[in-house]
Design a protein around this ligand. Sequence first.
Ligand code: SF4
Ligand code: SF4
Length: 77
Amino acid sequence: MAAPRKALPDIDPQRCTGCGWCIGVCPPHVLSLQTQTPTGFGPKRSTLHDAPGCTGCALCAVRCPFDAIQMVKIIKL
Ligand code: SF4
Ligand code: SF4
């Protein structure tokens, strides 16, 4: 079983350019480019579409050339 993850990526849509680098390096493929509006219009930004599938490896945050991803520690309740 995988070790429990310690952090999740927080993606800043203001900094994200939609370049897609983070999506390419994410091992479990839980990131995708999606529009940020319910209507589907507007620029696509990186989105964590499957948070439970994220391992917290931080490869996406390391790869992002625009510093748009911060790893945020998971606080256990
Ligand atoms: S690498 Fe950074 S700028 Fe590029 S899509 Fe991912 S979060 Fe956005
Ligand atoms: S932390 Fe790792 S598993 Fe989670 S979204 Fe980023 S690259 Fe993917």
